[in-house]
Ligand binder design. Sequence first.
Ligand code: HEM
Ligand code: HEM
Ligand SMILES: [Fe+2]
Length: 456
Amino acid sequence: MMLVEYQSQRVSLWYFRLALVLFILQVVMGLWLSINYAFTLPQDLVNVFPFSTARALHTNLLVAWMLLGFMGGTYYILPPECARDLFSEKLAYLQLALFVGAAVTAVVGFLFGWTQGKPLLEIPLPLDFVIVVAALIFIANVAMTIIKAEVRTALQWMLLGGVTFLALMYLFGMPFYQNLNTDYYYWWWVIHLWVEGAWEVVTASIVAYIIMRVTGVDRKVVEKWLYVETGLFLFTGIVGTGHHYYWIGAPDYWLWWGGIFSALEPLPIVLMVVDTWMHVRERKNPIVNPLTWYYIIGLAIYHLVGAGLWGFMHTLPPINYYTHGSQITVSHGHLAFFGAYALLNLTIFYFAMPRLKGINKYQDRLGKWGFWITTIGMFVLGLVFGIAGILQTYLERFLDIGYSTAHLTMMFWFRVAFGVGLVFLAGVIITVYHLFTIKPSSIPAPEPVVTPASNI
Ligand code: HEM
Ligand code: HEM
Ligand SMILES: [Fe+2]
């Protein structure tokens, strides 16, 4: 028995499952990176498996599992939003095969030094073309489903707009520019305009959908917030790209434009916290699965802390001058990626996977352990990177001490990071195990108190 309304929503299950497996591998690589920083490893080992290779695996696996989650999430949401099945299930599976094929080839390639060397986007050009084909199939499938639908909703177009923007930006990371400044200039069009632009639009749309479904709050109210947030994300995020142009040889005016606009970036994130809170308070349906709510609310708060607060802390030029490219950036990178996008993906998985298995109310004891261990674990990890970053900034940027000497004082903190990372990994394994083996709860689900809004 399935609780989903449309058969074709099932394609998303394989996207989710593969994403979860890659998530575990990503975290294992993170642990390995922390060992590299915490101890002096034998040179023979470093020669065969360098830090850069492990880092490329850690970050590319991250991007890969999150994109799988977004694509699966979109395929899950689209049929009920369009009141029809997906345009083509076959294309969805073909796209998945191409994407995963490229990812596996890339991983093997990295081990043999086949990389184009741009952080987070190390996948070499020939494989980029496979990714582009997969992305084109995805967008065509999404667009055709919407075009052929008889109902029209704002959410459909937001989602299509978000994923198209996401795919377009990828193109800017493909060419190699001889001048490294130019190369990095466009690299940020992918990295920044993804996480502070396109991915936020996709997130806002997916969260709007899930909140609407679980609370029964009126579609018009949810959509109103969605418009405002999306507008603000784009308004602040696009010009905010300038906060990466302070020191890479771009014109000086970016110090002002980048500083001011990026300082406004937390605004839409604050709005997301406010509207989530309001929708929860004004919900018309009872809470059936508390854990799904832990994730929705956890995502709103952690997004604000990791991206909004931690981002704001070092976004103004007078501060960034000292902290640029240090472990403070790493601290923010972890808290933001985890708080916004790991939690978003897990929210989707907890919303969709039980339904795909025909479960309305699920047993959540183990999953709650997973939630608390991962969220607290990552927060502590972020703090530990932050301490290493403060040390690094002080020693390297104030006292002018060389990188390797400064690193000796940071090694202790990377040993702590390894310990905390182990606990975090345990939390991730518990969560993944729970999602893979999710079972119906014997406690009956509460009946809706009020008839849900018709939402038409
Ligand atoms: C969910 C959203 C976000 C994610 C996932 C994210 C992630 C990241 C990552 C991974 C980096 C490091 C890139 C690198 O150099 O390799 C970075 C850099 C940076 N982020 Fe964010 N970020 C987000 C939102 C924000 C926001 C809202 C702000 C500002 C309010 C911000 C401010 C910065 C700044 C200033 C840097 C550059 C740090 C440096 O100079 O080294 N970020 N971000
Ligand atoms: C056991 C857990 C983890 C550990 C010990 C760990 C450790 C590390 C280390 C040591 C680096 C290299 C930093 C550098 O180049 O100086 C790194 C990079 C990175 N990791 Fe993790 N990681 C873990 C989990 C995660 C998770 C769950 C995420 C995202 C949800 C993540 C996202 C990133 C990102 C975005 C970077 C690049 C940061 C930058 O360029 O500033 N990591 N990680
Ligand atoms: Fe940025």
